[in-house]
Design a protein around this ligand. Structure first.
Ligand code: S3P
Length: 442
């Protein structure tokens, strides 16, 4: 990102209307590149998210030996090197803003007999990596990392990776996926036992590429994932569905701006990603899923969303993994609701692209909303229509930037953000899409 900050202002306008085609899912796009890079032969990807997180991951994988090319609009092709076949890169791998790209690649590299240096932007450099490195070291990798466990770091992959049984100390799909990707190169079974189920795209895609993966549901809501190591991964065509975490922003905007009606085609409805829809339903939103169908191994639906009066609710901590990226925009919805919304168990938000718990609270507070952080809970006092008028610090965090814009589309006075550039990490074309629905953004 070489240009200077790009401030944006959002203000009230007429209703939002039309069809909103949101970009491909970020989690699936990144996994498609990684598994494609470990498959032998050619993987074709349609509907790829062409956001900066995906592009920086593609850049890193090229330097590890994979051939990755864009063949058309959102159409990509990967020629892989086989499981464990990465080549030693020269110079550092730069993952930009992408925590998912970086952590999943750490796992993939940990199972290869090479040494690689991992780096990223200031936001990624502030995020914890120890949680991934500790189990990867048990598998035989070695990490050279500063005392605080942050990027840049150098990882020496294992010559003879050891399969492990791993119980993640925090619910994290990135952590689970890193261990499974390292486990691909290990002989025998790598097992991840999650206390709470997190997004399951890695295990689904591994099975689709021919790996032997077994997923057992545990009585407490958790899952045990067992992967048989050293498979040959066979390339399969991938169709990336629309990202529900990106759809969340225009979707909440359509709920808040009076008389709006917007349809979102082909949004992924994987139950481990739909916590926001459940919560908005409890708040009184009528979001109609039309034409539920299966596309590329995932359930998708067209969502019809109309403006609604919302009421405050309590969101249990157990729902957090299924909507972990949606809290900033849910907090904005809560500010427009009648009554109090309590969101519990948001500890993991502190280690996202920014300290999202603090940034979300500041975004609301600066625009006239009463909000408290109590321990790991966020409590928002809804008042029907926030005052707005604030300047929001986005802290290199795309989701804080988009949440603030949604707030500005419904609030009394305009809302300004300090920098809109990071929106392109996950949602290129966001500003244009919002304008096409009738939003006023300058
Ligand atoms: C992701 C997992 C989540 C999420 C991130 C994408 C993934 O992170 O916040 O945007 O693709 O696995 P954690 O695994 O750290 O919760």
């Amino acid at each position: 990102m070489h240009t200077g900050p790009v401030p944006l202002t959002a203000c009230r306008n007429g209703p939002l209307a039309g069809r909103a085609r949101v970009p491909g899912d970020k989690s699936i796009s990144i996994r498609a590149l990684l598994l494609g890079a470990f498959a032998v032969g050619e993987t074709r990807i349609a509907g790829m998210l062409e956001g900066e997180d995906v592009l920086s991951t593609a850049g890193a994988l090229r330097r590890l030996g994979a051939h990755i090319a864009q063949t058309g609009e959102r159409q990509w092709q990967v020629r892989g090197v086989g499981v464990g076949g990465f080549a030693e890169p020269r110079g550092a791998l730069d993952f930009g803003n992408s925590g998912t790209g970086c952590r999943l690649a750490l796992g993939a590299v940990a199972g290869c007999p090479i040494t690689a240096t991992f780096d990223g932007d200031a936001s990624l450099r502030s995020r914890p990596m120890r949680r991934v490195l500790e189990p990867l070291e048990r598998m035989g990798a070695r990490a050279l990392v500063s005392a605080d466990g942050r990027l840049p770091l150098t990882l020496a992959g294992a010559r003879d990776p050891i399969p492990i049984v791993f119980k993640p100390p925090v619910p994290s799909a990135q952590l689970k996926s890193a261990i499974l990707l390292a486990g691909l190169s290990a002989p025998g079974e790598t097992v991840v036992i999650e206390a709470e189920a997190t997004r399951d795209h890695t295990e689904k895609m591994l099975a689709y590429f021919g790996a032997d993966v077994q997923v057992d549901r545990l009585d407490n809501g958790g899952r045990r994932i067992t992967l048989a190591g050293q498979p040959e991964l066979a390339p399969r065509p991938i169709v990336v569905p629309a990202d529900p975490s990106s759809a969340a922003f225009p979707l909440v905007a359509a709920l808040l701006v009076p008389r709006s009606e917007v349809v979102f085609p082909g949004v992924m409805m994987n139950p481990l990603r739909t916590g926001l829809l459940t919560t908005l339903g409890e708040m009184g939103a009528a979001i109609e899923p039309l034409e539920r169908r299966n596309e590329g191994g995932e359930e998708v639906a067209d969502l019809r969303v109309r403006a609604a009066t919302l009421r405050g609710v309590e969101v249990p901590a157990s729902r957090a993994p299924s909507m972990i990226d949606e809290y900033p925009v849910l907090a904005v919805a809560a500010a427009f609701a009648e009554g109090v919304t309590v969101m519990r168990g948001l500890k993991e938000l502190r280690v996202k692209e920014s300290d999202r718990l603090a940034a979300t609270a500041a975004l609301l507070r600066g625009n006239g909303v009463t909000v408290e952080v109590e321990g790991d809970d966020l409590i928002v006092q809804g008042n029907g229509r926030p005052a707005g008028g604030g300047l929001v610090a986005t802290h290199m965090d795309h989701r804080i930037a988009m949440a603030a814009i949604v707030l500005g589309l419904g609030s009394e006075r305009p809302v300004q953000i300090d920098d809109g550039r990071f929106i392109a990490t996950s949602f290129p074309g966001f500003v244009e899409l919002m304008r096409s629905l009738g939003a006023q953004l300058s």
